[in-house]
Write a protein that binds this ligand. Structure first.
Ligand code: ATP
Length: 499
């Protein structure tokens, strides 16, 4: 992991946010190559989920939504409760509802709270309670908090109002808190903690404007924000991140077959772009782990350097979300199928609230997984007979920031001009390539290996005469002499082939 973090900084993939001021905890900036990699992953997801399907359409909703959305979805519920995070399984729970246990007594629990984890023992702290999910006594401090970032909409400063009201009054802490909550309530809005809710609240607009027939899906890629108590493992868990989510609306009773379909589709999507398919697996949620509204859930897990962990969740969310939003808003979020008989009357025409299958992936977390999967060190012997380590990112060409590098051997004698001619040819076809004439050719090959460029095309003295180049393959380091036209075709063909 530390090698990836340092490569990301050295080669312009990911930087610590606001680094010159000491950095902001768990916030990251995607540098020139990271921005390309992220865009490429998002583009491949969108291509697979939207462009290649008749029954899925896209959405790009606003990050700040009506606060009632979060009230209805249940995300706001914890605001005034004393909440605690389990440092072992990450469960967030109310301290006052947690199972009691004698301070100082030893309790047993399973590492990570997941089947197959190591058995651990630890003493119960003075808190006198343990995690209701995994039984661990390793807990964060109690706080009144919510995972959502709260901000205010509108030009009026709610704090000025509070200051006016409190002036000259002697109040208890809880009275002050009450007044503060009341003052901020009217203008409070939240940064979305998931993209999913906008697909539920826009269900009717999308369905009617696009004449969608159930089963159909709404897909979205966008930023989400969670005030995570435990941020960890570089970009694996951060407070600001990006998600790629799809809500697939289907007929009640068909959710199991769609669940099987979507979890397979999603697994094969990852494996298509990865080198090591065995580093991905499914983990079905046990009954006690399932959210109260879900009737099934699978995580797609990746083998990170610290062990298996979530990459994507594929959840069968029943009709819970549409049902709740319909009840709270008074708008019928249902679907009428005129050809299906109603189960109640047996007559044609069935109105129902669709069931939902949700494949919810992390874009930034996928980026980390693809980097980890691609990172390779190879031992070899250089021209002087010395042992050297070659570092390469074996990124799928569709994901790689540059699809090829065009390298004039020397920066004179017409070579840069011919190289730029080739670069322009690629750019005309929408293929992102790098023109690079800095440093020795060996250093340039090493740099492009390290940033995952699948091909290097080298222009030399001969190229000007016979319009040939040396093409070097990143993964094998093999070099071949071919015509410029053939080089253009080779790069294009690798991009067209998905495997
Ligand atoms: P975890 O168990 O890792 O906290 P979660 O179950 O809360 O994840 P979901 O709410 O299902 O996650 O979100 C869907 C996906 O969004 C996750 O599988 C993950 O890829 C991504 N994701 C969630 N929270 C974060 C975060 N704080 N930082 C980066 N990615 C995240």
């Amino acid at each position: 992991m530390s090698k990836i973090v340092s490569l990301c900084k050295r080669r312009g993939f990911i930087f610590q946010s606001s680094e010159i001021y000491g950095g902001l905890k768990s916030a990251y900036d995607y540098g020139p190559l990271g921005a390309e990699l992220k865009r490429n992953i998002a583009a491949e997801w969108w291509r697979n989920m939207v462009y290649e399907r008749e029954n899925v359409v896209g959405l790009d909703a606003s990050i700040v939504m009506h606060p009632q959305v979060w009230q209805t979805s249940g995300h706001l519920a914890g605001f005034s409760d004393p909440l605690v995070d389990c440092l072992n399984c990450k469960e967030r729970f109310r301290a006052d509802k947690a199972p009691r246990s004698e301070p100082g007594s030893t309790v047993e629990y399973i590492q990570g709270g997941k089947a197959g984890g190591a058995k651990l023992k630890a003493p119960v702290t003075d808190k006198g309670y343990i995690c209701p999910n995994c039984g661990a006594p390793t807990l964060s401090d109690e706080r009144q908090f919510n995972l959502m970032f709260r901000t205010a909409l509108g030009p009026v400063d709610p704090l000025a109002e509070v200051a006016r009201e409190l002036e000259g009054q002697s109040l208890t802490q809880s009275e002050i808190r009450e007044k503060l909550e009341a003052a901020v309530k009217s203008s409070a809005v939240y940064l979305r903690p998931e993209t999913a809710q906008s697909m539920f609240v826009q269900f009717l607009n999308v369905q009617q404007s696009m004449s969608m027939k159930v089963p159909f899906g709404i897909a979205q890629i966008g930023k989400s924000f969670r005030n995570e108590i435990v941020t960890e493992h570089f970009i694996f868990r951060s407070c600001e991140f990006e998600q790629m989510e799809m809500e697939f609306f289907c007929e009640p009773g068909t959710q199991k077959e769609w669940m099987d379909y979507w979890r397979r589709e999603r697994m094969s999507w990852y494996q298509r772009y990865a080198n090591d398919g065995a580093a991905f697996r499914f983990r079905q949620h046990e009954g006690s782990e399932l959210a109260h509204y879900a009737d099934d859930c699978y995580d797609i897990e990746f083998l990170y350097p610290w062990g298996w962990g979530e990459l994507e969740g594929v959840a069968s969310r029943t009709d819970y979300d549409l049902g709740k939003h319909a009840a709270e808003s008074g708008v019928k979020l249902s679907y009428f199928d005129q050809n299906k008989p109603s189960p109640e009357t047996g007559k044609p025409g069935w109105r129902y609230i669709p069931y939902v299958i949700e494949p919810a992936a992390g874009l930034t977390r996928s980026l980390l997984a693809f980097l980890l999967d691609a990172y390779t060190e190879e031992q070899g012997v250089d021209a002087k007979g010395e042992t050297k380590t070659r570092v390469l990112l074996r990124l799928h060409p569709r994901l790689a920031p540059y699809k090829a590098a065009v390298l004039p051997l020397v920066g004179k004698d017409g070579q840069p001009e011919l190289a730029m001619e080739i670069v322009r040819e690629f750019r005309k076809r929408g293929i992102n390539v790098s023109y690079d004439e800095k440093q020795s050719i060996g250093k340039r090959y090493a740099r492009h290996d390290e940033i995952g460029t699948p091909y290097c095309l080298t222009i030399d003295g001969e190229s000007l005469g016979d319009r040939s180049v040396t093409i070097r393959d990143r993964d094998t380091a093999r070099q071949e002499r071919i015509s410029i036209d053939q080089a253009l075709r080779t790069v294009q063909e690798r991009l067209d082939a998905l495997s």
